[in-house]
Ligand binder design. Sequence first.
Ligand code: SIN
Ligand code: CO
Length: 370
Amino acid sequence: MTVLNLDIPAFLRDYWQKKPCVLRNALPDFVDFIDEHELAGLAMEPELDSRVISKQEQGWSIQQGPFEDFAACQGQWTLLVQGVDRYLDEASELMDWFNFIPNWRVDDLMISFAVPGAGVGPHVDQYDVFLLQGKGSRRWRVGAPEGLTTTQPAKGLCQVETFTPLIDCELQPGDILYIPPGWPHDGVTLADSLTYSIGFRAPDQPQLGNYLAEHLQTLSAAPERYTDPALTHSDSPAEVPDRQLQALKSLLHRAIDANSFSKSLLTMLSEQGIEPDTGEPADSQLLQDCLANDGRLVKLPGCRPLLNETFPDCLFINGEVVNFSAQNYPIMCKLVAQPDIDRSDMAAAPDELDIFCTFTTLVNMGYWEF
Ligand code: SIN
Ligand code: CO
């Protein structure tokens, strides 16, 4: 795999979150790093979310993994495994092609294998997705987001009724179909097919409301409460005056605007539910020796930490905050985006001692390894 054959500024300007498009030959030399047998192996792991969706004469069915056997693979079936970027280095590297979209918007990589005639049926996703065709081929139809009727042909399987296709194409290996949230699509396999879904996320207001509530419940200082020392006589007790309603909303606005909420929000956005393995604790000297001997620090696959200039001494990683010297903020932005780090990368840090300490902490937390 050499290049992502895509005019990124033009794609973002014309298509991202606006309309679907086919990106022909976007990864020209793409070679599958997994086959259906290895995918089935992943679907047996309890830590991965997997399912088989199949269509037979009696209708649609959906079965959740982890699987002990693949008896569910009957008729026209698709095996789908979520979160593969956390388990395979190559899957994590594939996601790196898409890091022109910020880390916090990225969800995961799902890989599916489908036999001829199979697909998950016409449906809508809530989030943006790039569908990269691996081996085989599929016919994809994509319609407009308006006037859709949803159906549930089996418990846990949401589909939409037929739609008029605006795009009707056959994807070949290395082609990508981009679909914004809400645009119905339906992929039917032509030849045994692997599809890589690079999926994104975007919080909605209820989700952000939950973040705010969680933040307010964990504040150490007593939260601000509504007060009304300037209350005047009212002869209409049932009425809530607009200015009081406004004062209540202002109370909430102040909580939202507080820097402490920005920090909590960044921390919560960084949560990925990763449970890293931690080995023998390392010290900063061990790390320096390892790098001095041409060793490299390798990031845990699928780990996507966040940084923000308002908190230039904080790395937000998987729901945790790691502090470092603010002088190193620009280099941290660079280093945490790399799949691995060597001695010369570290030597570029303005505060070298601190960068070694920071990465020693990150190694001990299990997010990087020698
Ligand atoms: C699939 O891989 O079969 C489904 C992907 C999608 O439509 O989102
Ligand atoms: Co979809």
